[in-house]
Design a protein around this ligand. Structure first.
Ligand code: URP
Ligand code: ZN
Ligand code: ZN
Length: 460
């Protein structure tokens, strides 16, 4: 099969030009003006923007968590992602404490194999670092193509590791050429505040927010950054939300330490005033919680300064019945919210359309940097000859409204109900095949492939 995309305004990290793109099979084989190749399918992209397919490096699909499972599985989650222009996601495998990394990998393969529409890869969350786990790291990197190792400095008793384990893991991962990523919040401080609020009968979702003040994140981020400096491991902070944590990364840059930073679209657009809605606020109970306006400003600035490198979603949806597990106790509300489908359109509308970031920056933070940082570039994250033909054809003028009635997440509420958005993903191509066309899915589950990743590129 061949495909010719005509006259689109092609945006990459460094380019902005009107061109034709010729795709043969799964990859791009030519880019130029007025290409006159014969193709099986021709798409007129005149007046449209053409981006590399989005990469969301932070999703939780079909994940066992807090006594339930996140409500999007590989089929529904990757389908929703494609509707929103995200062609590749990276999901998190969670090691069960006391068990091996390989047994966790098998469990995740069991749920994902043959079920995804879009491409996907895995991070490995190491929740129990010991001599056995240590011996599995090399094989994860070299055989399985899982090159990033996630750590949790919170969720004690289930996912959290202590600093001794962290330093041990960092040393081994550095030796094997991988990367350590982190959920950087101080679990002990948070647990103290949760217990205090519960003992005072303060049980509404507001107290989820009040149990995780900014300092719990800035302290843990600084500690992680110092341990990464000490061990020399390539490091990455997931879902960074606030000015205090970002300043820790700024300080590290003064000693020429590079720490990759991801924020998520909700931390740029939503704020803690959403915790004043009684139990409805459970819709936005996530960790870390939404922050203040000043933190949003700091994150937008961080994007433009190149300190914040990637915008993900931390998509971890739960239906309302699941959220109601914490109706009488905020600490039992499953943490997470739906966002995967809306990342590209929201960031375009609120970022590019409103003049906060450039088109090139948009491509950088929604796609190319994730491909580079997570060892998939230039196969993914690029409109270049030889790259996978993962392409979004985007109408920058189409206005629409986000709603649970129309989204494709398997979640019965929207975190962005009623939001007016300018810009829509019209056609989404995955490895040379039209996956979404004008609001219709054109591929079936099973088309999505597991992507083995290489080592991180240190320059983004
Ligand atoms: O609230 C969140 N973020 N849920 C998913 C797990 C995590 O911490 O990323
Ligand atoms: Zn997290
Ligand atoms: Zn997460």
């Amino acid at each position: 099969m061949s495909l010719l995309i005509k006259n689109g305004r092609v945006i990459t990290v460094s380019d902005d030009h009107v061109a034709d793109i010729f795709v043969e099979g799964e990859t791009i084989s030519a880019i130029g003006k007025n290409l006159n190749m014969k193709a099986d399918q021709v798409i007129d992209a005149g007046g449209k923007l053409v981006f590399p397919g989005g990469i969301d490096p932070h999703v939780h699909l079909d994940m066992p968590f807090m006594g339930t499972y996140s409500s999007d599985n590989y089929e529904t989650g990757t389908r929703a992602a494609l509707f929103g222009g995200t062609t590749t996601v990276i999901d998190f495998i969670l090691q069960t404490q006391g068990k091996s990394l390989h047994s966790a990998l098998e469990a995740w393969q069991g749920r994902s194999n043959g079920n995804a529409l879009g491409d996907y890869s895995f991070h490995m969350a190491v929740t129990d670092f010991n001599d056995n786990t240590k011996n599995e790291i090399k094989e994860m990197i070299e055989k399985e193509g899982i090159t990033s190792f996630k750590t949790f400095m919170a969720y004690k008793g289930a996912l959290m590791i202590d600093d001794r384990q962290m330093v041990g893991l960092m040393n081994e991962v550095r030796k094997q050429g991988g990367m350590v990523t982190v959920h950087a919040t101080n679990g002990d401080m948070i647990d103290f505040l949760v217990a205090k609020h519960r003992s005072e009968n303060k049980l509404s979702p507001l107290y989820h927010y009040l149990s995780q003040p900014e300092i719990t994140e800035s302290e843990a981020s600084g500690r992680f950054v110092d341990m990464a400096y000490h061990t020399g491991v390539t490091s990455y902070i997931v879902h960074l939300t606030c000015e205090g944590a970002l300043n820790q990364v700024r300080d590290a840059a003064k000693r020429n330490q590079k720490v990759f930073v991801e924020t998520c679209v909700q931390y740029l657009l939503l704020d803690a005033s959403l915790y004043d809605k009684g139990f409805e606020s459970a819709k936005w109970v996530m960790s870390p919680p939404l922050r203040e306006k000043k933190d949003q400003e700091s994150l937008w600035a961080g994007l433009n300064q190149g300190i914040v490198n990637i915008v993900g979603t931390d998509h971890c949806p739960f239906n309302w019945e699941q959220k109601k597990m914490g109706e009488n106790d905020f600490s039992k509300i499953p943490n997470g919210h739906p966002g995967l489908e809306h990342r590209m359109e929201l960031l375009y509308s609120e970022g590019v359309h409103k003049g906060k970031i450039s088109l090139n920056k948009y491509v950088e933070v929604t796609s190319t940097n994730a491909a580079k940082v997570f060892g998939m570039f230039p196969k993914k994250g690029s409109i270049g000859i030889g790259s996978d033909a993962d392409i979004v054809i985007f109408d920058p003028n189409e206005k629409h409204t986000l709603s649970a009635k129309t989204h494709h997440h398997r979640c019965d509420y929207s975190a962005y109900e009623g939001w007016q958005v300018t810009g829509k993903c019209k056609t989404v191509i995955l490895r040379g095949k039209v996956a979404i066309d004008n609001g219709k899915a054109m591929i079936e589950k099973g088309y999505g492939k597991f992507i083995k990743r290489g080592r991180s590129s240190s320059a983004v």
